[in-house]
Design a protein around this ligand. Sequence first.
Ligand SMILES: Cc1cc2nc3c(=O)[nH]c(=O)nc-3n(C[C@H](O)[C@H](O)[C@H](O)COP(=O)(O)OP(=O)(O)OC[C@H]3O[C@@H](n4cnc5c(N)ncnc54)[C@H](O)[C@@H]3O)c2cc1C
Length: 394
Amino acid sequence: MDHFDAIVIGAGVIGCSVAFHLAQFGARRVLVLERGGIGTGTTSQSSGILRTHYTVPENVALARASWSAFENFQAYVGDDEASAGLVRCGYLIASPDGPKLGALRAGIDGQCRQGITVHELDAKQATELLPIARFDDAALIGYEPDAGFADPYLVASGFARSARRLGAEIVEGADVQMLLHTDGKVTGVETSHGRFTADTVVSAQNVWARDIERWTGIPTPVAAERHSVLALEGPQPYTNRMPVYKDLGCAGMLYYRSYGGAQMLVSEGVAGETLQAPDNEQGPIEMDYILDVGAQVAERFPVYETAGLASSWTGVYDVTPDWNPVLGRVADMHGLIVAYGFSGHGFKLSPAVGRVLAQEALGLATDVSLAPYSLERFRTGALLTGKYGVGAVS
Ligand SMILES: Cc1cc2nc3c(=O)[nH]c(=O)nc-3n(C[C@H](O)[C@H](O)[C@H](O)COP(=O)(O)OP(=O)(O)OC[C@H]3O[C@@H](n4cnc5c(N)ncnc54)[C@H](O)[C@@H]3O)c2cc1C
């Protein structure tokens, strides 16, 4: 039987980040158990967008700290060969008069208060940045230059590689079948590879976090929700120099970015299809859905009216009732730390989340307070709902 300082369940971008930071803070024996391969869970399905535009101040703080890591990824993980695949193209967000305008105003003001550089643009300035889109209906346009997108798989595997270099063990193909606990204290895990003991277990299981409820009886309010992502090929390219764009004026709250330097990646920012069981297998994308999204795209990007579908995939969000994650210790199980419920916006937070959870696991002061992210909020009603209401923009 092997004993570890900390065991991490799941080697998605969150689990790998936790493991890297644990090792960096000096934890000597760290074990990561992953039933598939590194980054092959929902991380590999992500759109990879990075921005600090949030209306929840703690999310702004985590996203800002994470941006510094993405921007200097090689130095951050201490590996000259690492790459986050970062494209710093900026983030545009626009709203017409209507229900989302107040939230956008609040988000921009909040970012400014937290020291983030955000510019308010007029339609002409926005068109200069994204000439294939129209902004004639916009009542407010925010532009965040320090934003863009990165490659979630590269980031997860970069964290994993550096965690290993610092001494962490990452075992792929190892299914955790049970959390072991006695008298309300974690003692280890039972796995397809045998039993491992530790006083600290970090669950970074995403939609599969419901295992915790099965293993401990502690409620785990997370639903698996499937979303579709489309890559469109239009008559004019959506280049890497063009910013990510969030359209608060359309029914699907669509977000857009360049894909491969020429195609347009587009996906919805509203609720998806709830799955009965956690599963990130590919699901169907109906023609009616493609036509509906295509019509919204053509409304905003008239030149894309004749665009073709180049590729598509589905991905699964781990959604909590307020669309924000549960992070930190679980009150009724000493030694259990959780990170689930990223609700479609966890990649941009992953470096800082890994760092604060490692701090929490090692009894260090956390850079950002974890109190607002506690599981308790669903009992007390102190929800972390952002000004946009439910949805990944939060
Ligand atoms: C379509 C889509 C688009 C997205 N777009 C964005 C975006 O633009 N920007 C952004 O910031 N975020 C985005 N996200 C969200 C972001 O990608 C996720 O929040 C993040 O990747 C989650 O990482 P994770 O490590 O929590 O989960 P995962 O990558 O799912 O990792 C969890 C791992 O745990 C393993 N596991 C679970 N249970 C067990 C067990 N019992 N034993 C062993 N292993 C186990 C799984 O196999 C899995 O590999 C998007 C997500 C999707 C699906």
